[in-house]
Design a protein around this ligand. Structure first.
Ligand code: ARG
Length: 465
C-alpha cells in the first residue's frame, strides 16, 4: 500500500513507509482518551489565546482557531464527529479536524506545544473537574451517615473486638466512626486536588519552547494555581494520578469495611438492620433470599481500584525522564477508578437512608455476651479492689454466668457476692446497658451525651443544621 492511501499523520514527514495497520490500532488511545475532548479543547483555546497575547498568532488567527474548536466541540457532543484510529489519539483527531475545517491557520495551533505537555494538561484539567464531583458524593454520604447517627444517639448495640462481644456502644457512636474515616478521606482528596491543579503546559516536548510564551497567562486562563517549575518533570510526572488513585483506594477500603458490617448485620444471624429493597436482589432459586448485592459489589470493586494503584506504581517505576509512551497507560486505570469511585459513593450515599435499624435486636444482642463485664470490674476498682484482682473476680463471675445461662445483670446479688463481698445492691446500676454507655462520658466516648455533641460538631463541619 502506498503512503498516500493511509491517513496522513501529523508527524508523517520523516517516515517513508506507512504505519503497520495492526501497530496503528495497537498504539492508538483514541478509543479511551476521547473522553478528554472538552478539556483538550479548553486547553487548546487557552494556548491559542496565550499565543495571540504574546504576538505569535494574530487576533484573526486566534479567532478562527477558537471558532473552529468550538464547532468541533459541538460536532462531538452531537455525535457527528468521526473519530479515527489512524489519528491515534484525541489530540490529533481534534487537530486534524480543525485543519480540515479552517484550513492552513489550523496548522498554527500546535506552535510552541507538544502532545506531551498537552496530554498532561488535559488529564489534570479533567481530573480536577472529576474530583469536584467525587467530593460532592463523599459529602452526601457523610451527611447521610451523620443523620443516621443523630437518629440513634442512644440506641444500644454490642460493640465488638475480634468480632466477639466486647462492650455496649451506641449505634450513633458506631456510625460516627465511619464519619471520621470519611472525613480523613475528604481531607486527603482536597490535598490531592491542590497538587493536581498545577499546569504542565509550556513544557512542550520536554525542554520548553523557543517561542516567547507566557505560562502564567495560560495558567490564569485555565484556572491553574501554579505553573510546573521544571519542564522535564512537567511532561513525565504522573504522581498526581498515583496519589488520586491511592486516595480512592483508601476510600474504597473504608467503603469495603463498612459494606462488610452491613452485610453481617443484615444476615439472619445478626439481624441488626434491614437494607432497602431497592438495594438488594433476590435469588433465582431460593425464594426467601434478599441479597445485599450493593455492599458486596462495593467490597468487590475495592480489589480493582487497589489493582489500579499497583498498575500505576508499576507503570512509573522504570521510566527514565522525560515523556515515554508508557504514560498512555495511565488513562484506563485512572478513568476506571473515577467511574467506580463515583458510582460506589453515589450508591452508598443513597443506600444509607434506606436502612431500617432493628434497635430491639441490637439491644438484645448487647445483653448477651457479658458486655458489661468491664463495668463490673470498674465498679470493684471504685470500691478499692486493684484492677487485676477485679478482672480475675469478674472472670470467675462470668464463668458462673455461663454455667447458669444468665447475664451478669440477671444474676442475683447473692450469687454475685460469692465472688466479692464488695458487691452491693448498687451494682445493678452499672450492669445495665444504659449505665454502661452513659459512664463513658468524655470526648470520643460512647455516652449518648457525647455522641449528641459529636453529631452537632459533625453537622457544623458539614454545614448542615
Ligand atoms: N496519546 C498519548 C498519551 O496518552 C499522547 C501523548 C503522545 N506523545 C507522544 N510523543 N507520542 O500519552
Amino acid at each position: 500500500m502506498k503512503k498516500e492511501e493511509h491517513t496522513i499523520k501529523p508527524w508523517g514527514g520523516r517516515f517513508k513507509e506507512p504505519t503497520d495497520v495492526f501497530v496503528e490500532a495497537f498504539t492508538a488511545s483514541v478509543g479511551f482518551d476521547k473522553r478528554l475532548y472538552a478539556h483538550d479543547i479548553a486547553g487548546s483555546i487557552a494556548h491559542a489565546r496565550m499565543l495571540a497575547h504574546v504576538g505569535v498568532l494574530t487576533s484573526g488567527e486566534y479567532e478562527a482557531i477558537v471558532e473552529g474548536l468550538q464547532a468541533i466541540k459541538e460536532e462531538i457532543e452531537q455525535g457527528r464527529f468521526e473519530w479515527k484510529v489512524a489519528l491515534e489519539d484525541v489530540h490529533m483527531n481534534i487537530e486534524a479536524r480543525l485543519i480540515e475545517r479552517i484550513g492552513e491557520v489550523g496548522k498554527k495551533l500546535h506552535t510552541g506545544r507538544s502532545r506531551n505537555d498537552q496530554v498532561a494538561t488535559d488529564v489534570r484539567l479533567y481530573l480536577r473537574d472529576e474530583i469536584v464531583e467525587i467530593q460532592a458524593e463523599l459529602t452526601r454520604l457523610q451527611q447521610n451517615v451523620v443523620l443516621l447517627a443523630e437518629a440513634h444517639v442512644d440506641t444500644i448495640m454490642p460493640g465488638f473486638t475480634h468480632l466477639q462481644t466486647a462492650q455496649p456502644v451506641t449505634f450513633g457512636h458506631h456510625m460516627l466512626a465511619w464519619f471520621e474515616m470519611l472525613k480523613r478521606d475528604a481531607g486527603r482528596l482536597s490535598d490531592c486536588a491542590a497538587r493536581v491543579n498545577i499546569m504542565p503546559l509550556g513544557a512542550a516536548a520536554l525542554a520548553g519552547t523557543s517561542y516567547p510564551i507566557d505560562r502564567s497567562y495560560s495558567a490564569e486562563l485555565l484556572g491553574f494555581t501554579a505553573v510546573a517549575q521544571n519542564s522535564l518533570d512537567a511532561v513525565s510526572d504522573r504522581d498526581f494520578v498515583i496519589e488520586f488513585i491511592a486516595v480512592c483506594s483508601l476510600i474504597m477500603t473504608h467503603l469495603s469495611r463498612f459494606s462488610e458490617e452491613l452485610i453481617l448485620w443484615a444476615s439472619a444471624q445478626f439481624d441488626f438492620i434491614e437494607l432497602g429493597d431497592s438495594f438488594c436482589t433476590g435469588s433465582s432459586i431460593m425464594p426467601q433470599k434478599k441479597n445485599p448485592d450493593v455492599p458486596e459489589l462495593i467490597r468487590g470493586k475495592t480489589g480493582r481500584i487497589n489493582g489500579h494503584l499497583v498498575s500505576m506504581l508499576t507503570l512509573m517505576k522504570g521510566q527514565p525522564l522525560a515523556y515515554n509512551k508508557d504514560n498512555q497507560e495511565d488513562k484506563e486505570p485512572l478513568f476506571d477508578t473515577i467511574d467506580n469511585i463515583n458510582g460506589s459513593l453515589r450508591v452508598f450515599a443513597d443506600m444509607i437512608p434506606a436502612i431500617k435499624v432493628k434497635s430491639d435486636n441490637m439491644r438484645e444482642a448487647a445483653l448477651k455476651g457479658f458486655s458489661t463485664a468491664t463495668d463490673l470490674a470498674d465498679y470493684l476498682v471504685r470500691k478499692g479492689v486493684p484492677f487485676r484482682d477485679a478482672h480475675e473476680i469478674v472472670g470467675r463471675a462470668v464463668n458462673r454466668g455461663i454455667e447458669l445461662g444468665k447475664d451478669l445483670s440477671q444474676m442475683s446479688l447473692k450469687e454475685l457476692q460469692k465472688f466479692s463481698k464488695k458487691i452491693e445492691q448498687d451494682v445493678f446500676d452499672v450492669l445495665t446497658l444504659e449505665g454502661s454507655v452513659a459512664a463513658r462520658d468524655h470526648i470520643g466516648g460512647t455516652a449518648p451525651r457525647q455522641v449528641a455533641s459529636a453529631v452537632a460538631q459533625a453537622k457544623q463541619w458539614l454545614g448542615i443544621s
